[in-house]
Design a protein around this ligand. Structure first.
Ligand code: ATP
Ligand code: MG
Length: 265
């Protein structure tokens, strides 16, 4: 893992544009993330949030612009190389090998995350097994590690994706809608997990439509609209920003969020 020089951001996204033919999904976007920071990303459907994750994680490279991680230019690296550099992600839609057990799914992820695989195939070395155990432990999936992924409830499938990401020992975790579709009680479990990850010093970027979740956990929030940044700042400022209220939150949600933020002050 490369070290980040003092004062240098961990992630630097500079003038990133991602086009699909005539459609510009991300448009000249720039922002930084410091080590240990939790950044929340919100915005209407189709704003380009997931596309931004595709670009950062190397699944779909930027049309133009650059992404630097720990001082290294990762713009054109493969998804595997970016994972080895220390970035892992979860997906908006549940992604798992349905016929494998919870543990086997996390093992596959851990093996993908190993830059120097000591043994070929899926025979894991001690270090990789320890990463799998730690990921199952922190997500609370350890008791259900023998369950088949297809049979898991939605919350456990979300936790499984996070466990897979953590098993690659990332310095930066990207989470795409980690609480979408969960009950308030289940959402609280993800809140506690993110708090633990933050306490471990991991850097996190989360996309979420559930604004209470986002403002509760984020040091800073970024709101995208038509692929562009319309807000970047502390969560509290969101409800005072006329454009954010107008194109994203709406008056009602904005008032509810404002009183929630008041209650937490
Ligand atoms: N592979 C692709 N090919 C063509 N268009 C795409 C592709 N991926 C995304 N898009 C388009 O890019 C735009 C941004 O999509 P994206 O999935 O990034 O939005 P989002 O902010 O994640 O939305 P949501 O909140 O609904 O998940 C949309 O107009 C979408 O239709
Ligand atoms: Mg999305």
């Amino acid at each position: 893992m490369t070290q980040t020089a003092a004062g240098q951001p961990l992630l630097e996204v500079t003038a990133v544009t991602k086009s699909f033919g005539a459609l510009v999904a991300v448009n000249g976007l720039s922002f930084n993330l410091n080590e240990g920071e939790v950044l929340g990303i919100g915005g209407p459907n189709g704003a380009g949030k997931t596309t931004l994750f595709e670009v950062i994680s190397g699944l779909s490279p930027a049309t133009s612009g650059s992404v630097r991680f720990a001082g290294e230019d990762i713009t054109r690296l493969s998804a595997e190389a970016i994972c080895h550099a220390g970035i892992a992600r979860t997906f908006q839609l549940n992604a798992a090998f349905d016929s494998l057990s919870v543990r086997e799914n996390v093992e596959v992820a851990a093996q993908f995350g190993r830059a120097n695989r000591a043994v070929p195939g899926l025979r894991l070395d001690r270090c990789t097994r320890a990463s799998v155990d730690a990921a199952l432990e922190i997500t609370g999936l350890i008791e259900r590690q023998r369950r088949i992924a297809a049979k898991l409830p939605v919350i456990d499938r979300k936790l499984l994706m996070i466990a897979g990401a953590l098993a690659t020992e990332p310095r930066l975790v990207l989470m795409d809608e980690p609480v979408g579709g969960l009950t308030p009680g289940e959402t609280d479990r993800i809140v506690h997990l993110v708090e633990r990850l933050r306490a471990e010093g991991r850097s996190i970027i989360m996309i979420e439509h559930v604004m209470r979740f986002l403002v509760q956990l984020s040091d800073r929030v970024l709101i995208l609209h038509h692929g562009e940044k319309i807000y970047e700042g502390v969560p509290r400022g969101l409800v005072q920003d006329a454009q954010v209220v107008d194109v994203f939150l709406g008056q009602g949600a904005s008032r509810r969020l404002a009183s929630y933020l008041e209650g937490r002050a």
